[in-house]
Write a protein that binds this ligand. Sequence first.
Ligand code: HEC
Length: 496
Amino acid sequence: MRRWIDERIDIASIRETLVDRKVPGGLTWWHTLGSATLAVFTVQVVTGIVLGMYYAPSPDHAYDSIRYLEHNVMSGALLRGVHHWGASAMVVLVLAHMIRVFSMGAYKYPRELNWVLGVVLLFIVLGFSFTGYLLPWDQKAYWATQVGTNIAGTAPLIGGALVKLLRGGTQLGAATLTRFYALHVLLFPVLLGFFALLHLVQVIRQGIAPRTAVLDAEPPPRTDDPAYASYYHDRYARSKRAGVRFWPDIIAKDLVVATLVIVVLVLLAHFSGAGLEAPADPTDTTYVPLPEWYFLPFFQLLKLVPGSLESVVAVGVPAALVLVLLALPFFDRRSMRSLRHRPAAAITMGVTLAGVALLLGAAFRSEPPTAVATEVGRPLSSIERAGRAMYKARNCGACHALGDQKPDTSADTPNAPDLTEVGLRHSAAWMHSFMEDPARFHPNSKMPSVGPPKLTHEEIEEITRYLASLRGPNWATAKQEFYDTFPEPVKRTERP
Ligand code: HEC
């Protein structure tokens, strides 16, 4: 059986290239960051597929489908939390991996192209994050994407076209959501899978970069020196002969770190889920949008520059970053790899990291406190907030109990129903009609009518939306069951 399979797919040579090979010794724990990123990507694919089974990519249903997943699907909140934190972990691990490769000079000869592939992978990961952020279609998602696409719009010449392309129109709406969804679940996974595979194949073919000391022993000064290639291959072959086995020496370390990362993700998801704000409300211009935390340094930088320079920085900084990262291995051809022999590189890296840390710190300090009213299990939307204010202004609480607020029994008030769970008993349409003219429903109703001219239809609708959101203390599990009874329709006078 074994021979039969072996003759057909040649397991021996697969073993030889993937498992039985030798790699240079003395690799650090920092060398596990790349494989840890791959492990988290696998987690993202698996959790993403399950999320995709519940998600409905339309503005009418996206929010509710996420809410359903959070409250009604077993482990749904945990699953979404892992996917949420996994996205952050991808960015952190990719950046840490890049810092490791940079500080060990591993992007130098002969790994220049693999560095370029890595930069491409970084931007695909950021693309994943940007498109994924919109999908829950809550306030945070909507307004952060509004700001993000606005930034793209400040690009010279192509700005307008770019915004249209991203949004699928001039406004952020249904076309944007389906567009981002398609990018997030179709295009980016294929791109990331493809480039990650190329990246890995290169790592396997070229071998892992050895310790810096191995290659820093009196090399020709530059990597484009004709003598450098033979120097490199000679040193590499020697360190490989004296090295360790890929399996189990390297793989075991990788597995330890990957397991650790996944455990941390599950713990984070368990103790702090992905969160869901009020449904997206395009009319609520008071909302202060915040991007995902790893975009915060960039946002903070934009806040610091004067308005006239903002569009230059908004487009210039990311563009410069891409160019510098792509050009780095072709521009820096000195052969020394250890940071100790590269003072300019060490200082550049130190200053960049310190600057980003300072910006991130400043962004966290200036973050506005988010007022979260959880009386309905989630923050209220702006229409619902307006409705709650109107409810107070019209003194509905004089007769009705609502949550902790008890009716005013000292006055001569009728025995009115408790509204704590009214959203479970009545549809919004019914409540609107009822409040407009209660006597039409119950001829002896003690409930005062609020129909025009007392309140406009917009105002009644605001109260209605507020009341419809009230699901009582068991909002998470309570099921709606409407008892809407409508009066006999007004008889139309027969026309001849
Ligand atoms: C004078 C007392 C009184 C005030 C003030 C009052 N209501 Fe009522 N409301 C009632 C009574 C009594 C009922 C019971 C139904 C009936 O008699 O028709 C009722 C019924 C309702 C219902 C239907 C509840 C159910 O479960 O059937 C809603 C919704 C409602 N009121 C909303 C409001 C709102 C909103 C306000 C403020 C604009 C308000 N009410 C002010 C007395 C009052």
